[in-house]
Design a protein around this ligand. Structure first.
Ligand SMILES: [Zn+2]
Length: 337
């Protein structure tokens, strides 16, 4: 990480309640008024915490995006890998959860370095399943890394704010259609592309048997959604993504638990939490759109406070993703100049 340019806007740690520490999203384009890059988290002081969700699925929280782990007789599937500096701690926790099973698959929800930073270490720690079956192992081949092709494209080049990733960190398998699927540990795990949402390479990961959705940064409950406009994100794509999550989830019933949702950052959620968040984001989008129709400028829209009733819960005046930046990203991606 030390070779990254100071133009990277590093995530800052946010403490979420007593039990869950996580980092806010990184990799967002730093604009002209940006401050000095904040210091990296002190990785030595970060503890990995594991939460059993349901079925075969666990969530690990440390520094960076939440990590989802599916473990069973076939081995381990992991969604996202936080920062490279977290890899040893995460791998130790995964070994504990899985009883030492090899990592077969690494799925990436999107390109940001707090979600793909550990890819290379995870790949080397893992073993691939040849031809989608457990028939044959090749010890040195490493885990497969699966992502949308836009993630691979962006990781393999210097794009202005992020240097190219080492080749061992790149996805080994990509897809470009609407979805792809992996069958492992007795369940289908579906990767669903959501175009132009948080970035242009976001996927939702749906564990169909365990009934869990890992959302990447399309859904985070730590603040307003981060829209990385430099990497193809848009407000309408975020809202479409939130609605897609709701297509996949079923609510809790009196007898049975419903679908559980693992956000990119923040605490474990259920359908009701996502409904509330989707409604909030949609209302703000509609307000900004109405103001734009009246001919208001960005400055006038910001002054009118389209988010004000939600700022107590989701707003920020400092840090890398402020309410101001969110409103501006909504405005710009709705076509405002
Ligand atoms: Zn992100």
């Amino acid at each position: 990480m030390a070779n990254l340019t100071p133009r990277i806007n590093w995530p800052r740690l946010a403490v979420l309640g007593a039990t869950l520490t996580t980092a806010l999203v990184s990799g967002v384009l730093v604009t002209a008024q940006a401050q000095q890059a904040p210091p990296l988290p002190n990785f030595d002081q970060v503890t990995v915490r594991a939460f059993k969700i349901q079925g075969n699925v666990w969530m690990l929280a440390g520094a960076g995006g939440n990590v989802t782990v599916q473990a069973g007789d076939d081995g381990v599937l992991v969604v996202d890998t936080q920062f490279a500096q977290m890899a040893d701690k995460l791998l130790a926790e995964i070994a504990r959860i899985s009883g030492g099973k090899p990592i077969r698959y690494v799925l990436n929800t999107h390109v940001h370095p707090d979600h793909v930073g550990g890819n290379e270490r995870f790949r080397r720690a893992g073993r691939a399943i040849i031809a989608g079956n457990v028939a044959q192992d090749i010890a040195d081949s490493g885990a497969e890394i699966i992502a949308h092709e836009n993630v691979q494209t962006r990781m393999s080049r210097v794009d202005g704010t992020t240097p190219a990733a080492p080749s061992g960190a790149l996805p080994t398998d990509t897809f470009f259609g609407e979805s792809t699927e992996v069958y492992v540990n007795g369940e289908a795990v579906r990767l669903i592309h959501q175009p132009a949402a948080h970035t242009d390479g976001d996927v939702l990961v749906h564990f169909r048997g365990s009934d869990v959705v890992a959302t990447g940064d399309i859904y985070t409950n730590t603040g307003y959604p981060v829209i990385d406009t430099a990497r193809g994100g848009t407000i309408n794509g975020i809202i479409a993504g939130l609605n897609r999550i709701l297509d996949l989830t079923v609510p809790k019933d009196k007898q049975e638990g419903g679908t559980m949702v693992i956000p990119g950052h923040g605490r474990i959620a259920d359908e009701a939490d996502v409904v509330e968040y989707r409604d909030m984001v949609t209302i703000i989008r509609d307000r900004v759109q109405q103001m734009m129709k009246k001919g208001m400028t960005l400055a006038q829209i910001k002054a009118a406070g389209p988010t004000s009733d939600y700022d107590g819960r989701y707003g920020a005046t400092t840090g890398f993703w402020t309410t101001d930046q969110f409103v501006e990203a909504v405005y710009r991606t709705l076509g405002g100049k």
